[in-house]
Design a binder for this molecule. Structure first.
Ligand SMILES: NC(=O)C1=CN([C@@H]2O[C@H](COP(=O)(O)OP(=O)(O)OC[C@H]3O[C@@H](n4cnc5c(N)ncnc54)[C@H](OP(=O)(O)O)[C@@H]3O)[C@@H](O)[C@H]2O)C=CC1
Ligand SMILES: CCCCCCCCCCCCCCCC(=O)OCC(=O)COP(=O)(O)O
Length: 328
């Protein structure tokens, strides 16, 4: 019996030794090897992204404010050649001045070009596209960022207001995209980005024109992605939740006037600089779509798709509550 116990003990010791051998000869080298390969892969991915953005001709609409302005800073710092678009030439000049003071010692930065046009006027959009191609020869990355929001009840809203939001958020960006697309197809190279919204995936009360324009944006650029893949052109749709910008201040209301209120959700949203970094990385990694939102807006998207009846009930309750708050 004593002899049996001692043989058991020594077998356990041998097994323990074998396990330690296996850990030191196989598991640890395998673990470190995999970590090394992963780190190398990420480094190569990062280098490829940096090379892609450096010297790329990047057109950004709505560069005078909020997310567009922060995207301008992020892409400028990455060494891209910018074409900054906006309606206000003074604001664009100020931004160029601001960018010229941002130095990046490790990168060659470029003085941006500016183009002034109104997205809701298709003729000026087409002229702008012509000018961009004339002066820069080609566009590598188009960031359709400019947009306006809306606040109002459908029953009170004139069709001219719906059209204005649609012109700015949908027809303007698609006109610019269509005008630049043939040159991208010819070069078999290009990247088109649409800054949509969580409201391109869900619809909330008193945002009809805005949510409709963002749903149309999502649909158009999803179709485009499929159609241009054969020409090696990439399409990225970015869907942010609330961002701390002037979007609510600049929103139009049912009668076409400016809303002029900084909403609590907007003021408490993500910073525009944070979202601009997400846009930069999404473009660098050629992502097809990105949802960049807090917990509630993100869950709302899943709820809309998985439990639509519950989502519709919640939205109806929200509409009643908001109407009551307005009346009191
Ligand atoms: N802020 C938020 O919570 C969210 C924003 N987004 C989207 O982000 C994008 C940027 O908006 P954001 O930075 O937040 O808002 P801002 O109001 O701060 O910026 C909007 C930009 O769009 C430009 N713009 C508006 N109308 C026109 C027009 N007719 N022609 C040309 N340019 C125009 C503005 O120019 P100007 O200075 O001349 O007015 C401004 O540069 C929009 O597409 C918006 O829908 C998406 C989700 C959330
Ligand atoms: C924690 C459990 C949550 C479960 C989900 C309940 C669903 C509640 C509804 C939430 C609605 C979220 C709306 C998000 C809207 C949004 O992020 O929009 C981004 C914008 O484009 C903002 O534009 P706006 O003009 O509306 O300020």
């Amino acid at each position: 019996m004593v002899c049996f116990l001692s043989s058991c003990g020594s077998r356990k010791t041998i097994q323990k030794g074998k396990l330690m051998d296996l850990t030191s000869t196989v598991i640890i080298p395998l673990l470190f090897g995999s970590l090394g390969i992963f780190a190398l892969f990420r480094l190569l991915q990062w280098m490829r992204m940096r090379a892609y953005l450096q010297e790329a001709v990047v057109v950004i609409t709505g560069a005078t404010s909020g997310l567009g302005k922060e995207c301008a800073k992020a892409f400028h710092a990455a060494g891209s050649k910018l074409v900054l678009c906006g309606r206000d030439s003074e604001k664009l000049k100020d931004l160029v001045q601001q960018l010229s003071t941002m130095t990046n010692h490790r990168k060659n930065t470029h003085k941006p070009h500016t183009v002034v046009f109104d997205l809701s006027d298709t003729k000026t959009v087409l002229n702008a596209a012509e000018d961009i191609l004339k002066y820069l020869g080609h566009v590598d990355i188009l960031i359709n960022n400019a947009g306006i929001s809306f606040r109002g009840a459908i029953v009170d809203t004139g069709l001219d207001v719906d059209k204005k939001v649609m012109e700015t958020n949908y027809f303007g960006p698609i006109a610019l995209t269509k005008a630049l697309l043939p040159s991208m197809i010819k070069r078999r190279q290009g990247h088109i980005v649409a800054i949509s919204s969580v409201q391109g995936k869900i619809s909330i009360p008193f945002r009809s024109a805005y949510a409709a324009s963002k749903h149309a944006t999502q649909a158009f650029f999803d179709c485009l992605r499929a159609e241009v893949e054969q020409y090696d052109i990439d399409v990225t749709v970015v869907s942010p939740g609330y961002i701390q910008t002037n979007l609510s201040l600049n929103a139009v209301t049912a009668d076409g006037s400016r809303y002029g209120v900084m909403d609590k959700n907007t003021a408490e949203g993500q910073t525009a600089a944070e979202v601009a970094q997400v846009v930069l990385n999404a473009v660098g990694q050629k992502k097809k779509e990105v949802l960049v939102a807090g917990l509630t807006p993100s869950l709302a998207v899943y709820l809309r798709n998985l439990f639509p009846r519950l989502f519709f009930t919640l939205m109806a309750t929200r509409a009643k509550k908001e109407r009551k708050a307005k009346e009191s």
